[in-house]
Design a protein around this ligand. Structure first.
Ligand code: ATP
Length: 941
């Protein structure tokens, strides 16, 4: 292991306390306990609290994200800011102090504004990260307790099993079949088997089989260990500073916006240079005037606030989705969500409640009903409505409780991250473990079995683990008679195929083919009633070699005991959510480990599009081409193993679908990772799957997926709207200035006025459009094709159309007032040719008209753009407020002396407002016709 030695050597040598720490693995366990003042009984809750205060939280300070200074400096990275800074400098140099001050003010405003938005976005992202807590199972006060992994302290006794991420560095006390993937630490991708014991002090990190390390992944088996180091003191804390949050790439939106920004900037520089050179070489316009025009065009064409608005709307959208229980782990995924057209979902727990209750039992060749629901341990066993003696079902129930990893314990309440003062942490008593096993556990309790007594009577010697691929599990126990006995439970067919006898009324008899068929028939009946069925068997004479470390060999020559059928009702909100998905052009495919009959019954209950089933074994018999041909028509895959998920995913993706895939188990991680939108389960899921996912469903609920898709579509719509809004504003300004210059009218609006519009009166409404409600039809339309970006043909025509119509309506306002003011006493020709007093007076008023016209037209533009989404003017109160603020600010500019001084405006009279009003009506009419024409040519947005 020279590689891993090299990996860890440098880290160890510069550790201050390496002497004690390096001994953790070589000391006897007793010495470890002594040093840590703990025992295998773990810590007291109060002691754990003291230690938490002393040692600090069990987390690695992962490069704090971006610092505020960095965010501020980011703002100076755009070329535009520098254009403005240069402009301000030149203005100051030529003595235009007021203009220089205003431009400088705008520079400050843009940077502060951009900073605040980026800062808020960053905060939201950090807050989302905080929310994705992992939990650890520890022994506190002698009881198994589920806690926030950040609260684990040295001396805690932890329990890990496959799929868990090890919460801290720990020394093994007990293990069963434990194998850990330590790639995160050593780079070694092959799993390492772990064993209790001591190793030499010199043993390299990768070979310390008696130790577990934080952030490594349990591949198989289970283990109990005592925590020796937490947080920054752990191995991973020492060597890796930033595992999480390392690279936050730009989202595709942001990338598209960046490209667009650069394109515009380049175009502007080109156009401005041409105008400037031509004017300076052949024209006779003063250099200052040319400069002003150049700055005006540059400033008007570039959408200053756009990048920040995009970031903010994504981050706010993600936060809103988190409130609805969909935790977005990677921002870019919001965009992919809008394109999802197939959702592959688990059944158990996602479509169903996963609060299972055993309802029927087959034992001694007879069927019994079980009364009572949920975790209530009061219940009866009945046959044909009459209560029966529990002895009739006792063997099946005992098997269900022995071959079971559920434990009674406590769970710290959510949200209680800080210990309460009096030291009484809020905990709830609960069953800890797999819901299927909890149901079996409760059923056995109904018959009066006590798990502790049973564990004393039948001590467990070993376990052959359950995996989704094996669909069964076996435990080996010592029995009161001294005989080691194996108990097995699992999918009925996998259990049956390992049985050759059955237990009937205390007698072991041969399991005939007829009997097999009868049992299969029962399984089918249970399935048709949507019951999840489990088979049970035992083996009385386990060979010695198989008692301590049993493997699959022990699962032979078993004696069949019976069946238990559990009800797992569909979640009430699922049928609606599912219908919503189908309406939105999203097909829902159920991929389950359960059997075909049960899967079909549940599929019917929740309203899948069809109930065509392909089972795992059928799938294996199909070629890729065959699967490709049918995959679009199959809505249920039953009896699947996790690797089937990947195959189904690839086939769907190969047909051009954008697929969201849910997963919970360890082996689901590859499919979840490769899906376009990987969805993990917050409650039931394993840590590994969560790490591989893009979205975590905090409530495990299918309906949340539907909400997330709606959220994604809504955010996308909103980005499109404000991009359209901002760019069409810029387009209008450029076209106006360009046309004015070409027509010999000089500057129709000043650079400072343009800046004001772009940053303030356009900027504020744009920001609020980021929180526009969803369009009425957001879930009625088909998913957006994945290759379709923010800017579509329709949006391009909108931008061009709006720019032209604004110019058509605003240009008359300019010329009318420009020439209108030149009535008596002024030299019309002189004004037209150059710098006469008449020219100045007329220009100020005319520019004020154009300037104010742009602001008033905003209202028309907002409506024209939002009309397509069925949103009325008052559907977003923030937007109404923003428009009101924009108009008020504009009035302040017009009617206060400071405003007039800064912006070179004339206070408008009634007659001027009348003109602007008429122009706005004309603009609105033109837009209405234009939108109708667009509707005819463009189906999409
Ligand atoms: P889904 O894939 O929709 O979550 P599922 O829970 O049935 O459904 P798996 O967890 O892969 O899928 O389980 C597959 C089958 O294995 C189950 O149908 C059941 O028969 C059996 N099984 C499930 N849990 C256990 C367990 N703890 N011990 C033994 N067998 C089990």
């Amino acid at each position: 292991m020279s590689q891993s030695e090299r990996d860890q050597e440098p880290a160890r040598s510069d550790r201050p306390e390496s002497a004690t720490e390096s001994e953790w693995h070589s000391q006897p366990l007793e010495a470890v306990y002594a040093t840590l003042e703990t025992s295998e009984e773990g810590l007291d809750p109060s002691e754990a609290r003291t230690r938490l205060e002393r040692e600090g939280a069990n987390e690695i300070e992962a490069g704090e994200g971006i610092t505020p200074l960095q965010i501020l400096l980011e703002q100076y990275k755009t070329a535009l800011i520098w254009v403005l800074i240069v402009a301000a400098a030149v203005m100051a140099a030529v003595g235009h102090t007021i203009d220089a001050a205003v431009i400088a003010g705008v520079v400050i405003f843009i940077t502060v504004f951009g900073f605040l938005q980026d800062y808020r976005a960053e905060q939201s992202i950090q807050a989302l990260k905080e929310m994705s807590t992992t939990y650890a199972l520890v022994r506190r006060g002698g009881e198994k307790t589920e806690i926030d992994a950040r609260k684990v302290v040295p001396g805690d006794v932890i329990f890990v099993e496959s799929g868990d991420i090890v919460p801290a560095d720990a020394r093994l006390i007990e293990e069963s079949n434990l194998r850990v993937d330590e790639a995160a630490l050593t780079g070694e991708s092959v799993g390492v088997s772990k064993e209790v014991g001591e190793v030499d002090e010199e043993t390299s990190l990768a070979e310390r089989e008696n130790s577990l390390y934080k952030d490594t992944v349990v591949e198989r088996g289970s283990g109990t260990a005592v925590v020796v180091e937490t947080g920054p003191e752990t191995e991973i804390g020492q060597i890796a500073t930033a595992l999480e949050g390392a690279e936050e790439r730009d989202t595709p939106f942001q990338a598209e916006m960046d490209r667009l920004g650069k394109l515009i900037a380049l175009g502007v520089i080109g156009v401005v240079s041409i105008i400037a050179i031509t004017e300076l070489v052949i024209g006779d316009t003063p250099a200052l005037q040319v400069f002003l025009t150049a700055v005006g065009i540059a400033v008007s064409a570039v959408p200053e606030g756009l990048p920040a608005v995009v970031t903010l709307s994504l981050a706010l959208g993600a936060r809103r989705m988190a409130e609805k229980n969909a935790l977005v782990r990677r921002l870019p995924i919001v965009e992919a969500l809008g394109s999802v057209d197939v959702v592959c979902t688990d059944k158990t727990g996602t479509l169903t409640e996963e609060e299972m209750t055993v309802q029927r039992i087959v034992a001694n060749r007879e069927t019994y009903d079980v009364t009572g629901t949920g975790f209530d341990v009061d219940g009866e066993f009945r046959r044909n409505g009459e209560p029966v003696d529990v002895d009739r079902v006792a063997e099946v129930l005992r098997c269900g409780m022995l071959c079971n990893n559920v434990d009674l314990g406590t769970r710290e309440r959510d949200g209680d991250t800080e210990p309460t003062e009096e030291g009484s942490e809020e905990r709830e008593r609960t069953y800890l473990g797999d819901p299927t096993e909890i149901a079996l556990f409760v059923a056995a309790q109904k018959a009066g079995f006590d798990h502790r007594e049973l564990a004393d009577e039948y001590p467990r010697l070993g376990e052959v683990e359950f995996t989704s691929a094996r669909k069964r599990m076996t435990t080996v126990h010592e029995t009161p008679g001294g005989e080691p006995t194996a108990y097995m439970k699992g999918a009925p067919e996998t259990v049956l195929e390992r049985c050759d006898r059955e237990l009937v009324d205390g007698e072991i008899v041969e399991l005939t083919d007829d009997r097999r068929r009868a049992i299969e028939g029962r399984t089918e009946e249970f399935g048709e009633d949507a019951l999840r069925v489990m088979g049970f068997a035992y083996r009385p004479d386990v060979p010695d070699a198989q008692t301590r470390e049993p493997d699959e060999d022990v699962e032979r020559e078993m004696v069949f005991l019976g069946l238990q059928g559990m009800l797992d009702p569909p979640r009430p909100e699922v049928p609606n959510a599912l219908a919503g998905c189908l309406d939105a052009g999203i097909n829902v495919v159920m991929i389950t480990g359960d059997n075909a009959v049960t899967a079909r019954a549940v599929g019917e209950d929740v309203g899948l599009r069809s109930t065509t089933v392909i089972t795992g074994p059928e799938l294996e018999g199909m070629s890729d081409d065959e699967l490709r041909d049918v995959v679009d028509d199959v809505d249920i895959f039953a009896r699947t193993s996790p690797d089937h998920k990947t195959r189904i995913l690839q086939t769907l993706q190969g047909k051009g679908h954008t697929v969201a895939m849910t997963g919970d188990g360890v082996n689901d991680a590859p499919a979840v990772k490769n899906a376009d939108v990987g969805v993990a389960m917050g409650i039931r899921g394993t840590d590994v799957t969560e790490q591989a996912s893009d979205i975590v469903l905090l409530d495990d609920n299918f309906a949340t997926i539907r909400d997330a898709v709606e959220g994604g579509r809504r955010i996308f719509d909103n980005v499109r709207k404000f991009v359209n809004y901002l760019l069409s504003g810029n387009g209008g300004e450029v076209t106006m200035i360009f046309t004015g210059t070409l027509a010999g009218l000089g500057l129709v609006i000043t650079p400072i006025q343009v800046l004001w519009i772009n940053v303030v009166t356009d900027g504020i409404p744009a920001l609020t459009m980021g929180v526009d409600p969803a369009a009425e039809d957001v879930m009625d339309r088909d998913p957006r094709p994945p290759e379709e970006g923010v800017i579509t043909e329709r949006i391009v025509t909108s931008i061009v159309g709006i720019a032209i119509f604004m110019t058509i309506c605003l240009l008359p306002l300019f010329t009318l007032n420009y020439f209108g003011e030149l009535i008596p006493g002024y030299d019309v020709t002189g004004a037209l040719l150059g710098w006469s007093p008449g020219y100045e007076v007329g220009r100020d008023l005319a520019q004020t008209m154009v300037f104010t016209g742009f602001v008033v037209f905003e209202i028309v533009r907002i409506q024209a753009i939002r009309y397509r989404y069925g949103l009325g003017l008052f559907s977003n109160r923030w937007l109404v407020l923003a428009v009101a603020v924009a108009v008020t600010l504009q009035l302040l500019v017009l009617y206060t002396s400071t405003g007039q001084l800064l912006f070179d405006v004339e206070p408008l009279q009634f007659v001027h407002w009348l003109q602007i009003g008429l122009a706005a009506v004309a603009f609105a009419l033109l837009m209405a016709i234009f939108v109708k024409v667009q509707d005819r040519y463009f189906e999409r947005y």
